[in-house]
Design a binder for this molecule. Structure first.
Ligand SMILES: Cc1cc2nc3c(=O)[nH]c(=O)nc-3n(C[C@H](O)[C@H](O)[C@H](O)COP(=O)(O)OP(=O)(O)OC[C@H]3O[C@@H](n4cnc5c(N)ncnc54)[C@H](O)[C@@H]3O)c2cc1C
Length: 338
């Protein structure tokens, strides 16, 4: 998560959950050439410790924590929600569905039109078992094999996350990637698998007395699948709407959460447009971009460079609009932080 992502949500990095600091992310194309996607610094974090820290903070502030409690039904009733969990009924004036990509609460509330998810698979290794490791940067390997997704190598203190995700068989892609780059999968220390929202179509993200946050609302960056920062952002905003609704005794004001989320950069239509285009890009195109930008930041692209490239590779001209919008998309991602 970027420094900006933490700071803009009022959080400060803490040694207990920061596994390491990173300087940004690099994109590697199939022929091995690469460019910087971002040089915004940030952190590789330990999710279990981070999540526990967040929950402890909420409990310290008066929240009641119930673990091993599965919500099995919700129903709206006058002025609030009735929630069934572990055979018990809980009455609540406000309900925030932050229940992950399966979106049970959103489905039960009748908000879901369509949920398009992608698979993600990840192995954890010790540092010494990943030869390609860049100790300072997250590495994202793109290629037509990942169909708009990518494989990754993320340094994380003493360990390294290696995985793949996209509209692909993420397990097979992770194993192939490891084989190709000399990473012995038998030396993995942990395996993580799951799904990531790619494009969620909900009638609304907010309703009277209700908000849907994080993966449950499909609030992940469609370009890179990252959902931690969007999850924290949307969770915070949903909480603020809830406090306001309770203080004003106006559950209907929760409806405004939908607009607040749709106006946020995470759900900008440009990012969805861009990922659809990238899914059509072949290795030849990606290699060509990589060769032109090799070792540079995408911000190095300027009119002089474009003219020089087009003189040598006129066939790239038909992608000019996509490249232009790609720069806008990368700028947007850099502005709000990964
Ligand atoms: C392999 C993999 C790698 C990833 N890597 C990254 C990364 O490097 N960076 C990044 O930003 N994002 C990454 N993501 C995405 C990120 O993990 C998610 O976007 C993020 O966890 C979403 O947080 P959330 O709180 O919305 O949902 P979740 O983390 O899914 O939490 C939802 C919670 O709700 C609970 N729940 C579900 N249903 C019920 C129910 N009926 N009753 C009660 N509780 C329920 C679940 O048990 C869970 O605790 C990755 C995802 C995967 C699968």
């Amino acid at each position: 998560m970027s420094e900006f992502g933490l700071a803009s949500n009022g959080l400060h990095p803490r040694d207990e959950w920061v596994a390491q600091r990173v300087s940004g992310a690099k994109c590697i194309v199939p022929n091995g050439t690469w460019f910087y996607i971002t040089r915004l610094p940030g952190y590789a974090i330990s999710r279990p410790t981070f999540d526990r820290w967040l929950v402890d903070g909420a409990v310290d502030d008066g929240a009641e924590l119930r673990t091993s409690t599965k919500v099995t039904g919700i129903a709206r009733h006058d002025g609030g929600w009735r929630i069934e969990a572990n055979g018990e009924t809980i009455e609540s004036r406000i309900l925030i569905g932050a229940d992950g990509p399966a979106s049970f609460v959103a489905r039960q509330a009748g908000l879901v039109r369509n949920l398009e998810r992608i698979g993600a698979y990840e192995y954890r290794f010790r540092r010494e078992d990943v030869p390609l490791l860049d100790p300072e940067y997250f590495l994202l390997y793109i290629g037509e094999a990942y169909n708009g997704g990518y494989a990754w190598i993320f340094p994380k203190g003493d360990s390294v996350n290696v995985g793949a995700g996209g509209h692909i068989d993420a397990h097979a892609a992770t194993v192939d990637f490891c084989r190709k780059f000399g990473i012995d999968v038998d030396r993995r220390t942990q395996t993580i698998a799951g799904s990531i929202p790619a494009r969620y179509d909900l009638t609304a993200l907010g309703a009277p007395g209700l908000a849907i946050a994080g993966d449950a609302a499909g609030i992940t960056n469609p370009l890179n699948g990252a959902g931690i920062h969007p999850g924290i952002f949307s969770g915070r905003v949903a909480g603020e709407f809830a406090v306001n609704a309770l203080e004003r005794e106006d559950p209907n004001s929760m409806v405004g959460y939908d607009q607040a989320m749709k106006a946020s950069p995470f759900l900008d239509p440009l990012l969805f447009w861009m990922i659809d285009r990238i899914r059509r890009w072949g290795d030849r195109l990606m290699n060509s971009v990589g060769e032109e930008l090799d070792g540079l930041d995408w911000r190095a692209v300027n009119p002089r460079m474009i003219v020089s490239v087009l003189l040598r590779k006129p066939w790239l001209g038909i992608h000019a609009r996509e490249f232009y919008r790609m720069i806008l998309a990368l700028e947007l991602c850099d502005r709000y932080g990964w």
